[in-house]
Design a protein around this ligand. Structure first.
Ligand code: FAD
Ligand code: SF4
Length: 512
């Protein structure tokens, strides 16, 4: 055998660079489902189903093209992890080289390198051309940045220029680079109007078999499987994309940050899992959005807001992940050590916002960005939860969760665990923010306007305690200086009353 080509579970595209120059007479593909990938964090059953079903559908596509493939189904072998499968394949086939497209996870790259070393076989890792900024390109960009901070906005502008997206000559379309200020509307009193639900995909026979397997092999894992609506094939992902462009993109920007009880999806695209599995290419997603703007079907603020997420944030966090690993995994700037409350795994808390966001996560494997950042992530920071436990939870519970995108968002953006290397400030707010952006507080036993007392919103109490504790840090930052001005005006006894009440709240965190 010439090349043993490894295809990982989130590399499900025929454009996979490891398949370039593939010769069926000399090369062989291996794909494997292994227990460790579903158990190294306590994975949601929708997430496990998504990966296994999408992998099996992709294997069918390879077989239809008569590519020689060995596919290890979870139920038909005892290899505990990917390295054990690779070792067995190397022993059996003795290839000249192993070829694998850059993996998404640092952990998997280490395992590949160790296995190749152990077997004295050449390891060829071509760059992942799915992304619009390669790892070396990002590293070069990062080296050119002044100071130690990396800013998404600067990166994003460079990417807009490079790919000539939403540009008019050298200037941004409409005169502004960023329409974020128009992306923060709440839903008023009426809630979402004229919302057209995204298409959902009924499981075919293959997916049904995977659902049965997951129910049997992972009976105690979180997440329901009564319904499984996620795209597992490229054709389904394309259908989801065209529905989003036609029906949701025009409103996407306006209500990007809004939340509403029992409306988990709003105008969000639900495309992250399809993108992360590589069923979709970011270029085609961005081109479809830009075309909607050019043809007058969606306003600039919405299209720019969406393109900023895919071309800006998604590429940026990948670059940051590879720059900061493995340190990012153990980063803990504030030295927060508290264990996750048990209700992170049940959603049974009296805090309506968390009950909604965690409840829907456990039900569907989905929450949108602001629910992750400004409800679950915010509480985690204010309650001083261990960043490692929070990151493991986020990696476990979302259908789109893969470490290269999850970890920078959790440790870097939500928890400020790496000390603001690529965020301009800790994302902290009181219950007033959640009240403004949702209707959760109307149905909650707590009151977001109160700092202390039995009816006080835990977010508000903990927010003020956070400001008091980190006054010096926040006062030294342009973007948070105003926030802590009020702390300076509080008397010492007011401050100690808030601190005492916050610490009492945290002692009772399981009952909140
Ligand atoms: P939309 O709101 O429709 O956004 C469009 C697309 O933009 C998304 O599909 C996604 O590909 C991209 N995008 C948007 N925001 C980000 C971002 N901050 N970073 C990277 N890409 C972004 N995204 C994941 O794909 N996997 C994760 O594991 C993940 N974990 C997160 C954890 C936290 C704490 C936070 C704050 C964000 C996380 N995100 C993650 C980013 C974002 O929340 C999800 O991509 C988004 O909610 C997925 O829903 P959607 O496809 O409907 O996105
Ligand atoms: Fe959440 Fe506080 Fe509002 Fe209750 S009052 S929903 S805990 S922000």
């Amino acid at each position: 055998m010439r090349n043993l080509v490894i295809i990982l579970g989130d590399q499900l595209t025929l454009d996979n660079p490891a398949l370039q120059a593939f010769d069926p007479s000399q090369d062989h593909i291996v794909m494997a489902e292994v227990m460790q990938e579903s158990t190294h964090v306590w994975s949601h059953r929708q997430r496990i189903t998504l990966f296994l079903s999408a992998m099996r559908h992709f294997a069918e596509a390879l077989q239809a093209r008569h590519f020689p493939l060995t596919y290890f189904k979870l139920e038909s072998h005892d290899y505990p992890d990917l390295a054990a499968v690779w070792r067995a394949m190397l022993q059996q086939h003795q290839p000249e080289a192993v070829r694998v497209c850059e993996p998404g996870d640092w952990r998997v790259l280490q395992a590949l390198q160790a296995t190749a070393r152990e077997h004295h076989v050449a390891l060829d890792v071509p760059q992942d051309t799915h992304y619009m900024c390669s790892i070396p390109q990002f590293q070069r960009w990062a080296e050119q940045q002044k100071g130690s901070s990396l800013r998404m906005e600067n990166f994003y502008r460079g990417m807009r220029k490079k790919y000539k997206l939403l540009m008019k000559g050298d200037a941004p379309a409409g005169g502004e680079w960023n329409y974020d200020k128009q992306n923060r509307e709440h839903l008023g009193k009426e809630g979402p109007q004229n919302l057209k639900p995204s298409p959902r995909f009924a499981p075919d026979a293959l997916t049904q078999a995977v659902i049965a397997l997951v129910k049997k092999r992972f009976p105690d894992h979180p997440g329901k499987l009564d319904e499984f609506p996620w795209p597992v094939k490229r054709a389904q992902a394309l259908k989801l994309l065209s529905h989003f462009i036609a029906e949701k993109l025009p409103q996407f920007g306006t209500y990007q940050d809004a939340m509403w009880q029992d409306s988990p999806y709003l105008w969000h695209s639900l495309l992250a899992s399809a993108l992360n599995l590589k069923l979709l290419n970011p270029r085609e997603v961005i081109a479809a959005a830009e075309q909607a703007y050019q043809q007058g079907q969606a306003p600039l603020a919405s299209v720019e807001g969406f393109i900023r997420q895919v071309l800006g944030w998604r590429e940026f966090v990948r670059g940051v992940y590879w720059l900061e690993m493995p340190a990012l995994k153990s980063a803990n700037y504030f030295k927060h050590e508290r264990d996750l409350p048990a209700w992170f795994w049940t959603g049974q808390t009296q805090m309506q916002c968390l009950s909604q966001c965690i409840g829907q996560t456990l039900e569907t494997g989905y929450a949108h960005h602001i629910q992750r950042l400004m409800v679950i992530g915010l509480f985690s920071t204010l309650a001083e939860l261990s960043p490692q436990q929070v990151a493991d939870w986020f990696l476990a519970v979302y259908v789109d969760a893969v470490e290269w995108v999850e970890l920078p968002n959790v440790a870097g953006m939500a928890l400020y665990a790496n000390g603001g290397r690529f965020t301009s400030k800790p994302y902290v707010a009181s219950g007033a923010y959640i009240k403004r952006m949702s209707n959760y507080c109307a149905n909650c036993r707590y009151d977001p306007t109160l700092k202390a007392g039995e009816a006080a919103c835990p977010f508000t109490t903990l927010y003020w305690a956070f400001l008091i504790k980190h006054e010096t840090l926040l006062a030294g930052n342009q973007r948070t200086r105003l926030m802590v001005q009020h702390v300076g005006k509080m008397t010492a006894s007011e401050q100690s009353a808030i601190k005492a009440f916050a610490s009492q709240r945290l002692k009772q965190i399981q009952q909140l």
